[in-house]
Design a protein around this ligand. Structure first.
Ligand SMILES: O=C(O)CCC(=O)C(=O)O
Ligand SMILES: [Fe+2]
Length: 336
């Protein structure tokens, strides 16, 4: 984080205060983006402390260090409480679903428990297994270490049967399947204009195939409709290397599309996850939590069709990119 000398503070405290200040500026911006009005912000931050609470980088007022720290802390604590209330109510209303927060980094940061940086210290690359038995995997199964099991899904029928059109037909045939997405499941439309799974399955064939001149698309959704889940699970199984007594979610996720996949985010889920790459090549970029910046680094790795990736997406910030010209299709689920 860049050090700036714009507030006339004594040197010893300056860096920490600067970090705190910059965090608060981010908080302020994100709150505005989140729909909190300036009036509400001012109220939270006590309107007379305007230079601390508003985003005006050009204002350079010399203030005693302790005073700024006190105001910043009180403001940050109050706003964090407010965020926690908002956040909890969002979580409550989406309980059981993956809550992806690409634009609300701050909300997660304000409510995320402190990270044990042991999860990323000394991790420089994905741990790759060519062949692994359940027994051999036992010691790794619940670690936050990013792992890749090469070719573990190659024998699944889903490698051949799952296509955009397979999924489309299934959702169009099974009664209540579309409604289940609106009611209990979840759809992540990332950068597309789609508003529902029906929109995704209504796109013209030229866009499905990303013909020249067509806009790229990438979406993900959870399958929580029992009949959909039952049909889908005939085409794949729980990865053979996961512990026999592991708990598995009653919901799987599909991610499908081109080019930029998921934007950088972290997931609000309760378990670890595995993802099988059925089609296309995908590069995962992982970034450690900000509080571990000083001891951990990011990493990236490319996944091939048939590979199964395991990432603790609750701790590692992640985004994905698909090889040019390829459609990626994956199936994933949670275990713990
Ligand atoms: O597959 C992708 O593109 C993203 C998946 C993801 O974000 C996740 O499984 O948490
Ligand atoms: Fe994710």
């Amino acid at each position: 984080m860049a050090e700036r000398n714009n507030n006339g503070l004594c040197k010893g405290n300056q860096k920490n205060i600067q970090i705190l200040y910059e965090k608060f500026v981010i908080l302020n911006k994100d709150l505005l983006n989140f729909g909190v009005s300036i009036e509400e912000l001012k109220e939270i931050c006590f309107s007379r402390k305007k230079t601390v609470c508003t985003v005006q980088g050009s204002e350079k007022h010399a203030r005693p260090a302790g005073w700024i720290v006190a105001v910043t802390l009180v403001g940050a604590v109050l706003v964090s409480i407010l965020l926690k209330i908002i956040f909890d109510s969002v979580i409550r209303s989406t309980l059981g679903t993956r809550c992806l927060l690409p634009n609300n980094y701050f909300i997660w940061e304000a409510t995320r428990p402190e990270t044990d940086c042991g999860m990323c210290k000394d991790v420089r690359s994905v741990l790759t297994f060519e062949n692994i038995t359940r027994d051999e995997f036992r010691n790794y199964a619940y670690s936050s270490r990013p792992m890749l099991v090469k070719g573990a899904a190659l024998h699944w029928p889903a490698m051949q049967t799952f296509t955009y059109h397979f999924l489309k037909e299934m959702y169009e045939t099974v009664e209540g399947a579309y409604e289940s997405i609106e009611e209990e499941c979840q759809i992540l439309t990332f950068k597309t204009e789609f508003r529902s799974l029906e929109d995704v399955f209504a796109m013209p064939e030229s866009r499905v195939l990303l013909k020249e001149g067509e806009k790229p698309w990438y979406v993900g959704w959870s399958n929580c409709h029992p009949e959909i889940l039952a049909i889908m699970r005939e085409h794949y199984s729980i990865p053979h290397f996961l512990p026999e007594d592991a708990e598995h979610a009653h919901m799987d996720y599909i991610f499908i599309g081109y080019q930029q996949g998921a934007v950088m985010h972290i997931d609000y889920i309760s378990r670890l996850m595995w993802q099988a790459q059925l089609r296309g090549h995908k590069t995962w970029r992982l970034v450690p939590p900000p509080d571990c910046d000083h001891i951990c680094t990011g990493l990236s790795f490319r996944v091939e069709p048939g590979d199964i990736v395991l990432v603790d997406t609750r701790q590692w910030y992640h985004d994905t990119h698909i090889d040019a010209g390829e459609m990626s299709l994956t199936i994933s689920s949670e275990y713990g």
